[in-house]
Unconditional design. Structure first.
Length: 274
């Protein structure tokens, strides 16, 4: 199904996440003529994409003629305070502001907007770059059912989408799925390093670790079984996997470390959001 909007879409920020979403929208048939990109220096790959589709790219939106139907904020969190206030003056009564930036609350956006403007806060993750992301979103009271459906469709162009009613849940979401890819990549690093310590050549160890993590993730993605059942299916009684899991599942093993890591990341997300 092709993406369709009731008016223009302003994408502020065409970096990694904004560029990934733009690619997904175009692949799903969104009219390039409806897209305006505000970014003073998009990466070369995105600049080529913009040129190929004849999408207007501007350094500022001073001459924006009509309020956008969607204003999607994909700038880095540290730049948001500089970038958003001028853009906020361009919203109309039917605009929905959709943020994919960490650390900026709905109230933080509303402080720069007229009353009753629709705002959606969302947290995607980096697998969005290959269309396999997971995004969690939450909306303020002004978001209509139609606007929510529009935001859902835009976010779904780069992966799965879930919605929560309580904005406070965005912080643990950030800790689990937003930061989670880094945990998985670190698992691959550690697995490869352990292989080298056990006698494997570094190149082979990393090749095994990458393929194992990627293949296991794909199996988890495709399977109807939960993660615990898939783990149990690999584990023969008193075999090699069983022996290793006695370490990983001990009182000082992976579960308490992961719980601590997610708790620390959740607290940091709250701190960054103010």
């Amino acid at each position: 199904m092709s993406l369709k909007l009731d008016g223009p879409l302003l994408l502020a920020g065409a970096g990694n996440m904004g560029g990934a979403m733009l690619t997904g929208w175009l692949e799903q048939g969104l009219d390039p003529a409806s897209i305006i990109v505000q970014d003073p220096s998009p990466p070369p790959r995105i600049a080529e994409l913009l040129a190929r589709h004849r999408i207007a790219a501007v350094a500022d939106v001073g001459e924006l003629k009509a309020p956008p139907a969607v204003m999607l904020m994909a700038v880095k969190p540290q730049a948001m305070e500089d970038v958003f206030p001028p853009l906020a003056r361009k919203v109309g009564p039917n605009t929905v502001v959709l943020s994919v930036a960490a650390g900026k609350t709905i109230a933080g956006f509303e402080a720069h907007l007229p009353p009753r403007v629709a705002v959606v806060r969302s947290i995607p993750n980096t697998p969005a770059a290959i269309g396999r992301g997971i995004t969690v979103a939450t909306a303020n009271a002004s978001v209509t059912a139609a606007q929510r459906a529009t935001c859902d469709a835009l976010l779904r162009s780069v992966g799965d989408v879930a919605w929560v009613d309580d904005e406070a849940l965005i912080d643990p979401v950030t800790a689990v799925s937003g930061s989670g890819p880094a945990y998985v990549f670190y698992l691959a690093e550690c697995l490869a390093a352990a292989g080298v310590k056990a006698g494997l050549e570094p190149e082979l160890a990393m090749r095994l670790a990458r393929a194992t993590v990627a293949g296991s993730g794909e199996l988890l993605h495709r399977s109807d079984l939960d993660a615990a059942t898939l783990r149990q299916n690999v584990t023969s009684p008193n075999g090699t996997t069983y022996a290793a899991l006695q370490v990983l599942m001990s009182d000082k093993g992976m579960a308490p470390l992961m719980a601590e890591a997610v708790a620390v990341a959740t607290r940091r997300s709250r701190e960054l959001a103010g």
